[in-house]
Design a protein around this ligand. Sequence first.
Ligand code: SAM
Length: 290
Amino acid sequence: MTDNSPGTDTVLAHDGLPPLRDVIATHELSAKKQFGQNFLFDLNLTGRIARAAAPLDDATVIEIGPGPGGLTRALLYHGAKNLTVIERDPRCQPVLAQINAHYPGCLHVIDGDALEVDVVKLGPAPRKIVANLPYNVGTQLLLNWLHDIDNFSSLTLMFQKEVAERVVARPKSKAYGRLSVLCQYLCDCQILFEVHRSAFTPPPKVTSAVVQLRPRADRPVGVDLQSLGKVTQAAFGQRRKMLRASLKSLGVDVSALLTQTGIVETARAEELSIDDFVALTRIYDQLKSA
Ligand code: SAM
């Protein structure tokens, strides 16, 4: 379901800070493409994202790219007491300082590149990441966090819809690929809602979607994530080929690998379930170290 409700701006009405459009005008924050900036002014939407990550009051909450602070304000309004935001565009710092003064002791601002910050070190568990991600580094950030997933209780992330669909895609679909397997092996993943492009300023070319990932309690143990990364890269790198051909780049006996896993040699990557990839990875690790 697409959330495109114009509605009243509940946070705006209550948090006592200036309306976002005024903030943008006062601080001359015209959106810059180089920073992947598409701002959300509809605080019903930012409120909805913040509520999806609730409860916030007992967590270390981390937001990437606060920009003019729409989502930041919603997170604080909805109870975040320990919120760290990481913003690369120095023009946003005065706005964030104003929000900081309004919520003393609750907001910590890092002026820098989120790709270079070890977010696990920002505070104790439970840790939650909530963000309207810059489209140009969103997928890379997610892949980085997946490596540390047990340190987070949830990731609530706005992506281009196409990326969100890859995260939740099931086998035998066009969107199913490496990102789907890595995310779904580690997490329960669901698209919460879609957001029409007109909700952003400037509007991006495509629809967006909010996706939520929570570490799986029932995850099969003993699978090396790096090996799963290699196996999925080989399999989906040549997704039209049969596995007996695409897995050759792994440098192990592919026939033995597939026989021991119980997968037919003529199968293609997109036909395999998450459990099949888990099994392939276990046998791959055994063959590699034999
Ligand atoms: N949160 C705001 C909102 O919802 O209106 C802005 C979202 S905008 C899609 C992405 C934000 O991420 C921008 O403010 C941009 O400057 C910031 N950004 C881009 N690359 C970044 C990076 N590598 N590290 C930290 N922030 C980044």
